[in-house]
Design a binder for this molecule. Structure first.
Ligand SMILES: *Cc1c(COP(=O)(O)O)cnc(C)c1O
Length: 814
């Protein structure tokens, strides 16, 4: 997309302000952190319920961007950059995409439904790519923002589009329809996901069908309920496994790991084998097969291609590699759009300065190779990639375009020499088209540990952060508590994310936690809640700011600071207003003031206190008394010392329940990790952590036989017992065994049998169709940490922070 700003004014119905309306833009961005933002980027400042792109305009301008679509212009940028002013920046983004889409007339497949959209889209891309130049939604970009961004990726060389559309409430689909303008529709299915946004199933069906209001043909599983809502003008092409009136009839013959589909269509009868046997995969495969029939592919081609369908992995996974490396595993796709997304992700994640990109040939860009690899080379340079390992015959030919490039004709050729290539203290992005099998590279480079992992959803953390930010007044600062390894979720990665989100402070419990963060390159100021006097030298060396809670501590700290000739070293004064844990009491204040008046070595950066019962409105009077005392004591200090420190007292439930006491800063903890003490608020947060393991072994035992130590479980029926390699040494309380707790296997509850062992536990899978190697959810969506806490008579904090460090953490974005 290359346009002058001037031509965009009427399309966006914008008002123009700035020096150059003839400026040219050729890319669109909504992400202030992207290193791909440059002089020809048009930046849309989007406003969400919890996030406002306008807050980042100065940062983006500093990156060299000079063209913006905004609701209002920050004063500092008036006259310096070009602004298209619109009432609603999201609407403007959608208008731009709609106008742009209208310039192309090739067929576009629009996919919606409750489940399977992304898989159907990826599979169709795989099935059709030998014959078309396809543009498709990257990852699962299917929202009000994702769809316009996807559509803006179209270029002149494409001749088929596949876009998915996802909605969560009424009135959204009409926008997506206008942007995608699909000519062929696929309705995957209508399930119960996202039901909150709709009054009834009928309303949801009608809303989804809006995507198809102008298609030439709609493909769907024949279904009377849905047909009742279909306008007669829409021509359908249906399949079914029970209704013979469908256009295509299928009989599915399921085996252990493949399914034979017997297809009857018009007068033809033929068999197609797919390498899956679960119901959802059969349904997704049928939708794809319908498209192939519609496009008149012949039997032999359909059979050959469908046999190669593969599991779709949409997530970018972050893993620990050997020799202090971080691996970003995106080993299943290599189109140009998703390369851009992966590079942005790399930038947000990199722990090490050095960055290596392992990249395969890129397919279906729509561009010829010279143009394509010239663009890839630009991306690599703007993202400061230090080394490229290029794999594949085509990309190898462009070796000279990449920095420190090693080129190999095939993955096999690289694997043969991989031991002689040094990977050390760097972040490695591994990105390849599926048939290059880059998962083999990941396996070699990955750090080897056992199969239990704690998966952390970084998008959910961002969501929760923004949720609480939205509760703050515009000038309230935010400290995020990342103590105890970010409540068990992983220290560095989360701190890095928080730095990107520009929080003001981090809080840790002990000095060494802070040192680790600083050494990993975190530059945010860090307050240490509980500094021991032995750690004072280390605090000073790493610019970590201590919480000072006693005169003894203050004297020791000041003495050392004066010895080191420090001036105005920031400290934080903790007042005890009722928690009775740490802090100066009311009677200590005069002495505290006197001591502070005698030294220049330290500066009171902030004054804080901590609420004992902010989560419990039973104690509202107590909390209000804490707030009053805090106000009085902090005011007394400020007046006597003539200082204006940051004042802060609220934790997560304080933010929710005592918003009037935000002062200058709040301290967010548990809420960031998706847990609230309030049931209603809980529903608005996203779940962050999922603890997963696998089934090591399955056996069947007879009635009267027992399981585990002390024979605490006795079988009363033939029982299928699965062993899972996670135990109390990993942080699963023994109280969770013996009939109280369960894990989830294949979305079903599997009760824990007998006592939990040190490194293993056994569960009942008699009624679950599962195999050795299958995934086990220990906690996450179900059982939730909240539920476990309730059953175990504790609080979610304890469960989360108990997960042992030997459990590998994996961070991902949706
Ligand atoms: C842990 C902690 C917090 C955060 O508490 P949450 O309930 O997790 O929000 C805030 N302030 C202090 C002093 C803490 O120790």
């Amino acid at each position: 997309m290359t346009r002058s700003i001037r031509t965009l004014i009427p399309i966006l119905k914008a008002q123009f302000q700035g020096p150059h309306d003839i400026a040219i833009v050729d890319a669109v961005s909504i992400d202030s952190r992207s290193l791909q933002n440059g002089p020809h980027t048009l930046f849309f400042a989007l406003r969400g319920p919890n996030h406002d792109g306008h807050n980042f305009l100065e940062t983006v301008y500093a990156q060299g961007v000079t063209n913006f679509v905004v609701h209002s212009i920050p004063e500092s940028l008036v006259g310096k950059a070009n602004f298209l002013i619109v009432p609603d920046t999201l609407v403007a983004l959608q208008q731009l995409a709609t106008a742009y889409r209208s310039e192309f007339s090739f067929p576009i497949i629009g996919v919606t439904g409750s489940n399977g959209k992304t898989i159907v889209k990826e599979w169709l891309n795989f099935l059709l790519s030998p014959d078309y130049h396809i543009i498709r939604s990257p990852k699962s970009y299917n929202s009000q923002v994702g769809v316009p961004l996807s559509v803006l990726g179209i270029n002149e060389k494409h001749n088929l589009g596949i876009f998915e559309a996802g909605i969560s409430t009424v009135g959204e689909m009409v926008h997506l329809q206008k942007i995608i303008q699909p000519t062929l529709g696929i309705l995957t299915n209508i399930g119960s996901a996202h039901d909150e946004g709709f009054q009834s199933a009928g309303e949801k069906i009608k809303e989804k069908l809006t995507l198809f209001s102008a298609v030439e043909l709609l493909i769907l599983n024949k279904n009377r309920t849905i047909e009742a809502f279909l306008p007669p003008s829409i021509r359908t092409f249906t399949w079914s496994s029970d209704d013979k009136k469908a256009d295509v009839f299928v009989m599915a013959n399921e085996h252990a790991d493949f399914t034979e589909l017997r297809i009857t269509y018009q007068k033809q009868c033929f068999k197609v084998v797919i390498p899956f046997s679960d119901f959802a995969s059969i349904e997704n495969a049928m939708h794809c097969l319908m498209v192939l029939l519609y496009l008149r592919y012949d039997e032999a081609v359909i059979q050959e291609r469908m046999a190669q369908l593969y599991p779709v992995e949409m997530r970018l996974k972050v893993k620990n590699g050997q020799h202090q490396t971080r691996i970003i595993d995106d080993s299943y796709s290599s189109d140009f759009q998703s390369l851009k997304i992966a590079l942005d992700f790399l930038e947000s994640q990199q722990q090490y300065k050095k960055k290596t990109l392992i990249l395969s040939d890129i397919f279906q860009s729509g561009l010829d190779n010279d143009a394509l690899y010239a663009q890839v080379s630009l991306l690599v340079v703007s993202n400061h990639i230090n080394r490229v390992i290029a794999i594949g015959p085509t990309i190898s030919a462009y070796k000279r375009k990449f920095p420190n490039c090693l080129a190999f004709p095939s993955t096999q050729a690289f694997l043969e020499v991989i031991d002689s290539v040094v990977f050390e203290q760097e972040t490695i992005l591994i990105k390849g088209a599926r048939h290059f099998h880059f998962e083999d590279i990941v396996t070699v480079l990955e750090e080897k540990t056992h199969e239990t992992v704690l998966e952390i959803n970084l998008n959910a953390i961002s969501h929760n952060l923004n949720f609480y930010k939205a509760k703050l007044q515009s000038n309230t600062k935010l400290m995020v508590m990342v103590k105890a390894f970010s409540y068990g979720n992983g220290g560095y990665e989360i701190a890095k994310l928080l730095a990107h989100h520009k929080v003001d402070y981090l809080g840790v419990a002990f000095a060494d936690e802070g040192v680790a963060l600083k050494q990993a390159g975190i530059q945010l100021p860090i307050m240490v809640l509980n500094p021991e006097s032995t750690s004072y030298p280390s605090l000073m060396q790493h610019a970590l700011e201590p919480e000072i809670y006693s005169l003894k501590g203050l004297n020791a700290f000041v003495k050392l600071a004066e010895q080191k000739k420090l001036k105005r070293f920031p400290i934080h004064i903790k007042l005890d207003t009722g928690m009775h844990r740490l802090g100066f009491m009311e009677q200590d204040i005069p002495a505290l003031i006197a001591r502070l008046q005698q030294t220049q070595a330290v500066e009171v950066k902030s004054i804080l206190s901590h609420l004992a019962a902010s989560d419990d409105m039973k104690f509202v009077d107590f909390t209000l008394a804490q707030l009053t005392l805090f106000d009085a004591l902090s005011t007394q200090m400020m007046e006597a010392l003539e200082i204006q420190p940051i004042r802060h007292i609220l934790n997560t439930s304080g933010i929710s329940n005592f918003g009037q006491a935000q002062y200058d800063m709040v301290r967010l903890g548990i809420g960031l990790y998706g847990i609230s003490n309030d049931e209603d608020e809980q529903k608005l947060l996203e779940q962050v952590a999922t603890l997963k393991s696998v089934i090591s072994q399955i056996r069947v035992i007879e009635p009267g036989e027992s399981v585990g130590y002390s024979r605490r479980f006795m079988a009363e029926r033939p029982t299928c017992v699965a062993t899972v390699p996670i135990g109390y040494a990993d942080g699963i309380s023994r109280h969770w065994g013996n009939g109280k707790g369960y894990v989830t296997v294949k979305n079903k509850k599997a009760p824990i049998l007998g006592s939990i062992c040190m490194d293993m536990l056994m569960v009942d899978v008699t009624d679950i169709d599962c195999k050795e190697g299958h995934e086990v959810i220990v906690f996450g969506k179900d059982p939730s940490v909240m539920h476990m806490a309730k059953v175990l008579d504790t609080i979610p904090y304890e469960i989360m922070t108990s997960i042992s460090q030997r459990v590998k953490r994996i961070f991902y974005r949706e």
